[in-house]
Design a protein around this ligand. Structure first.
Ligand code: C2E
Ligand code: CA
Ligand code: CA
Ligand code: CA
Length: 280
């Protein structure tokens, strides 16, 4: 028994070693990718019943030469932990704005459309976030109204007053703000009414089970009703099927994003699929 206990421990140690090796490898590769800008942005359409495409969400992609595509759900939290998210977030903003600038020039981007850009809490909390944003807008000559920043509720946990100040300054620039993954965080209704936010993105976990789970449907309805009172709009994410879309339409959610309308794709495909082909 003593012997097998020792073996089990040895196995455990080996397994733990493998986990930390992968993690270290990942950190090294991420440093490299950040330094040499080995990322790409994909774009997923955002849809309105009446107008069709109303914008896109920029989603980062990282294809490692050995490991292939690594999900942002895996590497973004690591980048946040080791501080690389600030540089990565800066790259994302620069890349997304340069894409909007190019599309505005070629006439493929409508001035009323919004480019949604994910902003990590750590990036948002940087003292120079606002001047950096302003700088980027000027550098690319993109009107602020074409930009929508997606932030999460948990950001508000840190320092509400400085957060609010920054959010108001962003609104004053003319840019838009959305709360991402709404319903999964900790924001209270008390805070919500204080926030200068244009839009709530209802988390895809609620949308997924909308058709089968009565309480999820009730939550979606409640969020839509509440947003209306607060003068915000609601976009449903994770809309995967016609059935989801129909149900959401019935309950007066007017904005949608999800595989049913289109997957995230590279810039050129975005235009070919969702802009030039205006049948959708
Ligand atoms: P998110 O911001 O909630 O983005 C939505 C995620 O849902 C994306 O995953 C998107 O590809 C996926 N998705 C879209 N439609 C559907 C659908 O109909 N069904 C399902 N099951 N999924 C759908 P992705 O691109 O893998 O990104 C995962 C997360 O990584 C994002 O979640 C966001 O938190 C983070 N992320 C992605 N790009 C960036 C970025 O540029 N900066 C930061 N800070 N985070 C990012
Ligand atoms: Ca998002
Ligand atoms: Ca989301
Ligand atoms: Ca998410």
């Amino acid at each position: 028994a003593k012997e097998s206990g020792r073996n089990t421990f040895a196995l455990y140690k080996t397994a733990m070693q493998a986990v930390s090796d992968r993690r270290l490898e990942m950190e090294k590769a991420l440093h490299h990718a950040t330094e040499f800008k080995l990322f790409e942005l994909y774009y997923q359409p955002q849809i309105n019943d009446k107008e069709g495409v109303i914008g896109a969400e920029a989603l980062i992609r990282w294809k490692d030469k050995d490991k292939g595509f690594i999900s942002p759900a895996e590497f973004i939290p690591i980048a946040e932990e080791i501080g690389l998210i600030v540089d990565i977030g800066h790259w994302v903003l620069n890349e997304a704005l340069s894409q909007v600038a190019a599309w505005l020039k070629s006439g493929e981007w409508d001035l009323s459309w919004r480019m949604s850009i994910n902003v990590s809490p750590i990036q948002f909390q940087q003292a120079n976030f606002l001047p950096m944003l302003q700088n980027q807008l000027e550098k690319h000559d993109v009107p602020a109204c074409c930009v929508d920043l997606e932030i999460t509720e948990n950001m508000l946990l840190s320092d509400l007053s400085s957060c609010l100040e920054k959010m108001n300054a962003i609104k004053a620039l003319g840019a838009h703000l959305s709360i991402d993954d709404f319903g999964t965080g900790y924001s209270s209704l008390k805070y919500l009414k204080l926030l200068p936010v244009d839009r709530l993105k209802i988390d895809q976990s609620f949308v997924r089970d909308l058709l089968t789970d009565k309480s999820d449907e009730a939550i979606v309805r409640a969020v839509i009703a509440m947003a209306k009172v607060l003068g915000m709009s609601v976009i449903a994410e994770g809309v995967e099927t016609l059935e989801h879309y129909n149900r959401l339409r019935e309950i007066d959610c007017f904005y949608y994003q999800g595989y049913y309308f289109g997957h995230p794709v590279p810039a050129k495909e975005f235009i070919d699929l969702f802009v030039h082909d205006s049948s959708t």
